[in-house]
Every structure is written in structure tokens, then in C-alpha cells.
Design a protein around this ligand. Sequence first.
Ligand code: SF4
Ligand code: SF4
Length: 356
Amino acid sequence: MEFHIDKAKVLPKENLRSFLEGLKELGKLIAPLKKQEKFYFDVVDDVSKVELSYTRTILPPKKFLVPYRRERYTYDTVNLNFIASFKAEPQIIFGIHSCDLHGISILDSVYLKENPDPRYLEIRKKTVLIGISCKPDEYCFCMSTGTAFPDGANWDLFMTDIGDDYFVSIGSPKGDEVILKMKELFREITKEDLDLYKKSTSFKKSLFDFKTLPDLGRISQVIELEYDSPVWEEEAERCLGCGTCTNVCPTCFCYTEVDIPSLDGKTVSRIEFTTSCQYPYYSLVAGGHYFKPSRASRFKHRYYHKFVGYPYQIEKLGCVGCGRCSAECPAKISMVETIKKLRGTADEEELRKVAE
Ligand code: SF4
Ligand code: SF4
């Protein structure tokens, strides 16, 4: 029995390669690839190299929406006018996990909510986002941040592995268009597909070790109340201030700018590049004053922005639980462990006894 649900189709796995070939025809195809046991998003030349059995890439797909180095504008110093140089090309980012889709949703709020960034808007309009289901490892805590499953409307297609097939949810008219262009590769869903799809949610949940997940209930309050906690100093003791944690984060967006003149002096370009709140100079202002002079104050700032600042600014946590900052930190500092230390050791049972 077939279900004619407009919002979903089924892609048999044997058609995946043809689907990827078809996507390549629609624009620049970006997907997870593998090099020396690490995964990374890059432009795909050969679709047979696309790797879907990954947990996390080193950098999130954010780099194809907000490049780490981007030109804001170039100024013609002879004719005294601005030279428009930016042009977005159609691109398809394939194989994005739920946490990274939520990360892009945060970037959308930051870049598009008030005073939209025209370059980001242009890129987003020309980008198709295709997500895929995943299995967590010991660093993932998306079940705590509420980002383990795709939600909202910022993605175009989401493919859930249901065994021999992918259950493809359609999230936008752009996603619909993609499917229409390759409709011969898809089939209608059956009751069995729907049952398997429903089971996939509980299957993913079963892969988490709930005893080790952090409790993020009232986390903004916890972080604010623990402003003077010795935990910040203790953790920052080990921090190298390298900025890896912010550079790999799908939601960090801080940048700095520099003006670069051409050798003949006829033009000057304003270049924007990603920076990190963990670098001392990040808080340096004119007159030589540092707003965040100590490593501990910079360390604390990151948690504050993620768990107090973002909820205030965009009504969402600034962390999607991808685990990259902990997995890549050379000092093995774990965000989950820091949160647990800040929250203290009192368990729910103890708290109930105190309340009685
Ligand atoms: S990655 Fe680790 S060592 Fe480097 S700045 Fe972040 S917390 Fe500190
Ligand atoms: S703070 Fe860490 S776990 Fe959270 S989204 Fe950023 S990199 Fe991922």
C-alpha cells in the first residue's frame, strides 16, 4: 500500500549515486569526504568519494556559507567608487547532520534577522541544504541541546537511513524542485517505510548514554550564578588559548577586518576574516585596553556567549552539541565536563530532599 504524502519520498540506496550525479548538474556539489581517518566538507569531483559513514567533520559546512576569509568590498582610489566583486554561485551542501543544520539555523538568525548581510543572503538563496541522519559518538550531546533531529524550515531535504532506502523528508519548495528534477529515482512511501522512519527516532535515542549527557536545564541561570566559580580558573589553567574550539564551532561567527591596498595603490580591499574570542588581541581596543585580559576571563566568555548571550540575542542556545570543541581541543578540555563541574554534584534526589 502506498501513501501519497507530499512531504516525503523514498530514495532506494541503489539510486544514491545517480542522485549525487544529478545534484552535480544543479550546481557545485559539496559533501563529506575522508582523508587520513578525518572527515571534511569539500567540493566533490568524483561522487564515489562521498563518505556518509561519518560522525563529525573537522570543520562544519559553515565555511561554504561564511568563508573564513571574505572580501567585504574593494574601493577604487582613482575613480573614488566601490567595485562590486561578490557573486554567489548555486551550490548544494549534501550530507549535513542535524546539529549542523541547527547551527546554520543559528547563523540565519544572526545574519538575516536584523540588518541582513547581503552576501550571506545571496549565498543562502543559492544554496540547497540536504541533511542526513547520523549516529552519535562519545562527544555528541545534541540530545541535551535539543538538536538531535532536524526541525524548523531551514533545510531543503533530509534523508533518514531506514535500511535499504532513505526516507527523504521535503522541507522547502527548493527541496521539492530537486526531487521533481530526478523523480524517476524516487518512489512513494509505503506503510512499512513510515514505520521504519518512526522507529529511527527511538533508535537514535537508544545510541546515547543518558547517564553521561549534561543537564542543560536552566543553563543560562547556572552560568550566571556561577560567575565567580573557581571552576573557570581551574579549567582555564589547561587552556592554551589556541582558538581551535571557536574555529571548529558551527555557530561561532566573530570576525575582524583589515584593509589591504594593492601594490600600485589604485585599489584597497576590506577583508573580513574569522577570529576567536580566545585570542588576547580580540578584546584589545584603542588606547591599549584589554576587556578580557586573562585567559580565564576569555574562557568564561565563550560559555557566557553560548549559554547566556545567544538565548538573549536570538532565543536559542548558541551550542548545538556537535562535540567538535571537545573532540579537537589539544588540551582535552571538555565542554560537557566544564558544565557538569559548574552545575555541581548535587543530584536530583538530593535537591528534592533539600526542598522537603
Ligand atoms: S581549543 Fe582548548 S586549548 Fe584551545 S582555546 Fe579552546 S579550550 Fe583553550
Ligand atoms: S560550543 Fe562546541 S559542542 Fe557546542 S556547537 Fe560549538 S563546537 Fe559544537
